[in-house]
Design a protein around this ligand. Sequence first.
Ligand SMILES: *[C@@H]1O[C@H](CO)[C@@H](O)[C@H](O)[C@H]1NC(C)=O
Ligand SMILES: *[C@@H]1O[C@H](CO)[C@@H](O)[C@H](O)[C@H]1NC(C)=O
Ligand SMILES: *[C@@H]1O[C@H](CO)[C@@H](O)[C@H](O)[C@H]1NC(C)=O
Length: 486
Amino acid sequence: MRSCILLSLGLLGSALAQTTSVDTYVATESPIAKAGLLANIGPNGSKSSGAKAGVVIASPSTSNPNYLYTWVRDSSLVFKVLVDQYTAGTDTSLRGLIDDFVTAEATLQQVTNPSGSVDTGGLGEPKFNIDETAFTDPWGRPQRDGPALRSIAIVTYANWLLDNGNTTFVSQTLWPIIQLDLNYVANFWNQSTFDLWEEVDSSSFWTTAVQHRSLREGSSLATRIGQTSSVAFYKAQADNLLCFLQTYWNPSGHYITANTGGGRSGIDSNTVLASIHTFDPAAGCDASTFQPCSDKALSNLKVYVDSFRSIYPINNGIASNGAVATGRYPEDVYQGGNPWYLSTMAVAEQLYDALYVWDTQDSLTVTSISLPFFQLFDSAIQSGTYPSSSSAFTTLTSAIRTFADGFIAIHAKYTPSGGALAEQFTKSNGAPTSAVDLTWSYAAALTGFAARSATNVASWGAAGLTVPALSNMEQYVNYLIGLVVI
Ligand SMILES: *[C@@H]1O[C@H](CO)[C@@H](O)[C@H](O)[C@H]1NC(C)=O
Ligand SMILES: *[C@@H]1O[C@H](CO)[C@@H](O)[C@H](O)[C@H]1NC(C)=O
Ligand SMILES: *[C@@H]1O[C@H](CO)[C@@H](O)[C@H](O)[C@H]1NC(C)=O
């Protein structure tokens, strides 16, 4: 009896010690991550000389790998962080930089490149030179997530401007940029794409998920400013995307298959990133949009995390329900196939998002799909709904918060003392490797930290959606289209 009490006090003590050290890390790393991110944006960023105004470099690394280019995906994710900080009033100094970004992206949209011109598919071009000219070497193109992510970032800014009475700028300057991206998504979503890791040419869960979000948010903005001519088209394609999104679920493997091609397991950070970047607290734990607290996204998180337990030496000796370092996907060999800072942080972020919703709705539900996830924290837990007044709720949420903090503790452990974030850390000893100062690593740290303190939690319209059932006529038409393609 006595030893049991000592043991539980010991565990409680280590959880408290971890909380304190994670608090400290978040406090010290936040300003470093913000400064590291800003250093990589032209024209004045200290590590981005040569980049035009508002152009985000992926990393200052110029060899092995050379990332001194601007990717539409990375830039849009970076500016979503800055727009969220600006519109929340956290940093009111960012307006000029955001306007520079908008101008830079409007220029890039018009640059004819190997994917095409602005009217013929050029918006799917993944990367450009930092002087805003086309990158013309062979590459994995097109990548159809870029226009979706760019529109999401700019729509967030547009909604804030409308809230603050600046309709003219939204209608005259932002809408034409957003509209090009929405039209691209609506017209091309059903064609194959390279995935976000630029390797697999097929359909990709991440891309489908962010395309779906972009058309929902874009439709609402269009309606708000009276640009209604394409809204019905956008909504119809959003319904088709939501329908297609369901097909990535692997019911026997209990995870979301990242890509329809690629010949791999399909277990991939792609899916965790999609869940956090399409988080909408108003949608609760909806599984059709794979919300962070949905049973499918939690089951997926467990399968994803577990896939790295035995393949990275730095994860040796960690309990089977403890936090570990995670990478892009278990079969990865790029630059040695190591854990990534942004992938490890994404796991923490999904869990914080889930905790936020459970706290807000005062309950959590365990289903047969999410049961293995919850059993990590209470082996006796059973399916059911647990109100916040129950001891099960308290036990589970506190253990899940400790688990989430564990991923930040891993991130902290392998971040060098100056706080710089590379792309990867070596699987054998945790030393930083591959590209230095990866802008996306800094952005991911900032969104993970924001989720931990439940800030910047906005809705995008995922609440109340239902997966459309195809009518018999639509099924028949799809069948005929299939015959024609064959
Ligand atoms: C960059 O520096 C120039 C010169 O100091 C300044 O005029 C400009 O406003 C700066 N741009 C941004 C976005 O801070
Ligand atoms: C609207 O926002 C744009 C972009 O920041 C700015 O240039 C313009 O001055 C604003 N207009 C008004 C009336 O505030
Ligand atoms: C196009 O949509 C159909 C219906 O959802 C789907 O079966 C097919 O895999 C999609 N193809 C691509 C490349 O997205």
